[in-house]
Design a protein around this ligand. Structure first.
Ligand code: FCB
Length: 410
C-alpha cells in the first residue's frame, strides 16, 4: 500500500546549535564543566547499555567541546542533506554568539548565519530557524536565565535584531524549543541545566517562555508581515497501564499539562504549532507497563502515539509541523522502521483532515545529547567525533526514497 503525502510537504532533518556547532560558550557549557564527573558517575543508571557504550562512564562524554564542528562543516553537511533529497532543514541560531555581551550584537556571527541560510537556499533547501534551543549567553544567566524577571524582554530584543538582519532570507521561524522539557528537567527534577529543584521557578520559566514567544511573534511580524512564526513543544503519549479510572484520570491530567496547555496559551499568536514526538510514558498506580521495543536510551517506541496527539492538537485549528522525531539507534537496526511507522501514523492523521505541513527527522547528524552527552546516536549521518568523518547510515537512504516518492510504501 502506498501512502502519499500532500504536495509541497516539507521533508528534512533538524539540529540545534549547541549540539552540533562546537566551540560554543554559553550557560550550558559552564554547567557541563561543573557536572561532567557527576554525570559520568551516575551513568550507572543506564548500565544495561554499558557494554555497548562505555563512553557513558567517561567525563569527557559530557563536554560539548568541538561537537560535530558543524560551525565550520555546515556546507559539507548540507551537501549530504541535498544528496538525500531533503527540501527543508531546521537549525538553531546560538544567542550567545549573536549577543555575547548584553545589548552588543556581533555582526560577524550574524554574517555566519547568513551564510548558513544562503548555503541552504543554494541547495534548494528551505531553512526553518529556531531562535532559542535551550542555551543562553552567560550575561543572561547572571540575571536569572529563563526564570529571570526580564527574560521575555531580552529574548524579544535579540529576536528583533535577528529578524531585522536575517529576515529577508527566512520565511519560517520557530521561537522557542520545548518549554515543557526545559522547565521540568531544568527546574523541577533538576536533571539538566540549570539543575534546580524548585517548582515555582519551573512555573516561572515556563510562563516566561510563553511570554517570550508572544513577544517574539509580535516583533518578527512587525518586521515582516508575511513571516510564518510558531513554536515547538515536546509531546508524549500517556499510556494508562490499565483502564482503572484513576489511571485514566492521571493520563488526562498529564496530557493536559504536558501536551495541551502550552499550545493553548500561544495559539492566538502562532501561525503554526510544532510538535516534537519521541515516545510514550506508562502512567498509573494499577497494572503493569505494556511492553514495547526500546531505543538505545531505553525510550519506548510507540508510533501510534503521534497519531492520537496530532488529532488532539489539531483541535486548535493551526497548521502543524513535526519538528522532531527520531531514535537513538547506534547500529541503525531500528531507524528505517521507526521513520516509516511514525510517518504512517502521521499520514493517518493527514488522511483524517489534520493539516500537517512537514516532517523533520531528529537529527541530521549524531550530536551532543545534552545531559547524556555524545553516546546516544540519533543521526541520519554517523559522526566520528575524533576525525569528524561523516558516514551516511543506511536508513538515510530509506528516508531519502520516502522523500523522493513523497510517500511511504508499507
Ligand atoms: C529533544 C530536544 C533535542 C534533542 C532530542 C533528542 O527533547 O529538543 O534537542 O536532544 O530531544
Amino acid at each position: 500500500m502506498f501512502l502519499e503525502f500532500p504536495k509541497g510537504f516539507f521533508w528534512g532533518a533538524a539540529t540545534a546549535a549547541h549540539q552540533v556547532e562546537g566551540d560554543n560558550y554559553n550557560d550550558w557549557t559552564d554547567w557541563e564543566e561543573k557536572n561532567s564527573i557527576r554525570l559520568a558517575r551516575s551513568a550507572i543508571a543506564l548500565a544495561r547499555q554499558a557494554d555497548r557504550f562505555p563512553e557513558m562512564f567517561d567525563a569527557d562524554n559530557y563536554i560539548s567541546g568541538k561537537a560535530c564542528n558543524h560551525y565550520n562543516l555546515f556546507e559539507k553537511d548540507f551537501d549530504i542533506a541535498k544528496k538525500l533529497g531533503h527540501n527543508a532543514h531546521r537549525f538553531s541560531i546560538e544567542w550567545s554568539r549573536i549577543e555575547p555581551e548584553e545589548g552588543k550584537f556581533n555582526e560577524a556571527e550574524i554574517e555566519h548565519y547568513r551564510k548558513v541560510i544562503r548555503a541552504l537556499r543554494k541547495r534548494g533547501i528551505e531553512p526553518f530557524v529556531t531562535l532559542w534551543h535551550w542555551t543562553n549567553p552567560l550575561w543572561l544567566a547572571e540575571k536569572g536565565g529563563v526564570a529571570g524577571e526580564k527574560f521575555p524582554f531580552y529574548f524579544s530584543r535579540y529576536v528583533k535584531k535577528v529578524s531585522q538582519s536575517l529576515g529577508e532570507d527566512i520565511k519560517f521561524w520557530i521561537t522557542v524549543n520545548e518549554p515543557n522539557i526545559y522547565a521540568s528537567l531544568g527546574y523541577i527534577t533538576g536533571r539538566q541545566f540549570p539543575g534546580k529543584r524548585n517548582i515555582l521557578l519551573g512555573i516561572k520559566a515556563f510562563g516566561n517562555l510563553i511570554s517570550a514567544h508572544r513577544a517574539a511573534y509580535a516583533s518578527i511580524h512587525e518586521n515582516d508581515k508575511f513571516a510564518t512564526v510558531g513554536a515547538t513543544n515536546n509531546i508524549i503519549y500517556f499510556d494508562p497501564k490499565n483502564n482503572n479510572p484513576i489511571n485514566l484520570l492521571m493520563c488526562r491530567i498529564a496530557d493536559y499539562f504536558w501536551n495541551i496547555i502550552f499550545y493553548k496559551k500561544i495559539s492566538d499568536s502562532s501561525d503554526f504549532l510544532g510538535c516534537n514526538y519521541y515516545s510514550k510514558k506508562s502512567v498509573g498506580f494499577f497494572g503493569d507497563a505494556k511492553k514495547t521495543d526500546k531505543s538505545d536510551l531505553g525510550w519506548d517506541i510507540f508510533p501510534e502515539g503521534i497519531y492520537y496527539l496530532l488529532k488532539d492538537i489539531a483541535k486548535l485549528k493551526k497548521p502543524l509541523f513535526i519538528f522532531e522525531n527520531g531514535i537513538a539507534d547506534a547500529d541503525d537496526s531500528e531507524r528505517s522502521d521507526f521513520i516509516k511507522n511514525h510517518l504512517a501514523s502521521v499520514h493517518k492523521a493527514i488522511s483524517e483532515g489534520v493539516d500537517i505541513r512537514g516532517y523533520f527527522y531528529w537529527s541530521l547528524l549524531d550530536n551532543f545529547e545534552w545531559n547524556k552527552g555524545f553516546w546516544p546516536r540519533f543521526g541520519l549521518i554517523e559522526v566520528d567525533y575524533k576525525t569528524q568523518k561523516r558516514t551516511i547510515r543506511k536508513s538515510s537512504y530509506v528516508y531519502s526514497d520516502i522523500i523522493k516518492n513523497n510517500g511511504i510504501e508499507l
